[in-house]
Each structure stands twice: as C-alpha cells, then as structure tokens.
Design a protein around this ligand. Sequence first.
Ligand code: SAM
Length: 280
Amino acid sequence: MKPVFDPVQYKITTKANWNTVAPEYHYNWANDKVGPFKSTTELVKVADIQPDDKVLDVACGTGVVSKEVSQLLGRKGILIGIDLSRTALDIAKRSIAFPNANFIEMDAENIGFNFKFDKITCQYGIMFFPHVDKVLRSIHKILNPNGKLVVAVHGLADDVPYFSIIMKPILKYIPDIRAEGTPTVHRFGNPVELKSEISKAGFLDITITKHEFVYEPGTFEEYWEDYMRTTANSIRGKIEGHGKDTMSNIKQEARKNALEYESNGKLSLPWTILIASGFN
Ligand SMILES: C[S@@+](CC[C@H](N)C(=O)[O-])C[C@H]1O[C@@H](n2cnc3c(N)ncnc32)[C@H](O)[C@@H]1O
C-alpha cells in the first residue's frame, strides 16, 4: 500500500532538498539562456514591470526572475523574494545588485506582509505548494487594486520528456516511490485546470499562453547522471534502496524512452511551459 501524503513532512523534505541542490541548480539551470528558463524573459515581459513597482517573487529560488525584474525597477521600486531555502536565498542575494531588494526565508503557504504589491511573480513554484488554493488567495489579498500575478508552470508529462523519460520507469518499478497525493511537477500542466485554480482565488482577466522550449542535456549518460544527482535528489536514496537490478532496469527503460529525442549521440528535449497571468 502507498504511504499517505503528509504535507508537513513534504515541506521539510522540499526545504532540505533545495538547500542541497540550489548551488548546482543555479549554475546549471537558472539562466534565461537555458531550455525551460527561457520562460524567465517571457514571464517578466508579461508582468509589465514599471520602475516604481513593488514586486514580490514567490519561491524565488536563486533569483533568476528576481534578477530580470530588478533590472527594470527604478530608485523607488522594491523587490522582495521569498523562498523556503536559505541556500537559494543566499545565492539570490549575492547575485542581485539592486539596492532595494530583500530576500526572506518564508513559506509561501504562510505569506505575511503588512503592505501590498503591484506585481507578484512565481516561476516553477506553485506545483510545490500542497495548499495552492490558500497561497493564491493570500497572494490575491496582498496585491494592490489592478495588481498582477504571473506564474510559469511545466506542461503535462508527455510534453516535458526531461522528467517523464526517467520518471515513468521509476514509477513502473517502484510504484510507491511517492506517497499518494504528492504534488508532481506536471500538476498544473493542463491550462484549463490552471485557469480554474487561479480564477477560484478571485483573479480576473486570466490569460494563459503556451511556450515550447528545447533543452539539450548532452548524451544520455550526461542526462542520466545530472537527473539522478539533482532532479531525483530527494528520491535517489529510495531508488538505490531497491537494489542494483531495479536501478539497471529503470536506466535501460529510460534509455529506450530517450531514443526518439537522440541525434548524433546527443539529446534534444522539447519542453512545454505555460505562463498564466491574472489581475486583482
Ligand atoms: C524549481 S525552483 C524555482 C525557483 C525560481 N523561481 C526559478 O525560477 O528558478 C522551486 C523553488 O520553490 C521553493 N519552494 C518550494 N516550496 C516552497 C514553499 N512552500 N514556500 C516557498 N518556497 C518554496 C524551493 O525552495 C525552490 O527554490
């Protein structure tokens, strides 16, 4: 029987995981020239940042969105980034020179500010919030009238093979790897469901756009190594606990799944992203 999802334990694991992987995530991924992170420029464009805006970047991580936002703010503009991971926040702080920026350790499910924002951004964050309805409602309350929320999420499993090539065989050989109900990265990949979730929180004029990027992780071996070390960091111990044969079966099947994306020994993985925006 699958274990039951425990949101408190999940958050503890999420925080520990991001504290471990944040440096590598920052240097290998969080760059607006890299595959799915090309969404950063799109998201910031949709946010329509004005020089005097007060901006909150929720689950800011190592600051890829915050950095682009900060470059559009003027002397009166304010930028606050919040995240669960101290390590990620420290990297964001070091890499962003804007004087009115502040990076605070805060759970998005317990946002607390005694002033309001003009824009709130959240890139690849909402899928990690077990009580996303609560987060969106509290974001709605701390936005000024006509304030704007912009979020980016990953597409469905078949549209983001980077995750599914390896995750499908993991789930086949170890079906209870995750507790029933654990949030997945594809949780908001359906635009209709994403829109409905944002609308339920009270946002108006919601717009969703679909973007296709390509990620080139190198050879299959390079992709596998990187995935296991970073993306699968929080479940790698459990996979290894099933023994070498299981690991080898998973790898063989992932190898087969990857073939359709391989040319001259290198992988080229399509990556669908949704960007949603809504007004207060
Ligand atoms: C995929 S990263 C995205 C980071 C950044 N927005 C970016 O685009 O690079 C997900 C981030 O969500 C943060 N996170 C997960 N759950 C959170 C929560 N409940 N409250 C705040 N941050 C959270 C993690 O610590 C991690 O930094």
